[in-house]
Design a protein around this ligand. Structure first.
Ligand SMILES: [Zn+2]
Length: 140
């Protein structure tokens, strides 16, 4: 049966009370479908440990992954401020300019790394969603 990518996401519980991953749960590393496996475990495909209970470590749900608009905006803003301050520093050295150059350089780097990670996650999620839609379109 094809999965609706927009299904509601709750832990499933078996009769003996153990909690299982909801249908739209995938390994963050290899995108293996982890539905109905224990919510804490290791991916059968690549072996990465995951823990759905504590902050969705190692797993992701494609329909909940959003494009990292804020992270990209923050990275670009901080990067531009860094360049502007750094160019001022070259013209006339000033301790405060140096301090703010360091701060915005650090922020730009941090947001940039985060934006990169989230963008990759987002693109992978889109791939999975497209695959699910293709599967659903195929006549069975
Ligand atoms: Zn995996």
């Amino acid at each position: 049966m094809p999965i609706d990518p927009y299904d509601i996401q709750q832990w499933e519980t078996t009769d003996d009370g153990s909690e299982l991953n909801p249908p739209n749960t995938y390994c963050e590393n290899c995108a293996y479908d982890l539905r109905l496996l224990r919510i804490v475990g290791a991916c059968p495909e690549c072996g990465q440990a995951y823990n759905f209970r504590s902050g969705e470590q190692g797993v992701f749900q494609p329909h909940l992954v959003e494009p990292p608009v804020f992270d990209i905006f923050a990275a670009v803003s901080c990067g531009l401020l860094f360049l502007w301050l750094a160019s001022g520093l070259v013209q006339a050295f000033d301790l405060w300019t140096l301090i703010f150059t360091g701060i915005f350089g650090y922020l730009g780097w941090t947001f940039g790394r985060q934006a990169h990670q989230r963008l990759r996650r987002f693109l992978r999620a889109q791939k999975i969603i497209n695959r699910l839609i293709d599967d659903a379109d195929e006549p069975s």
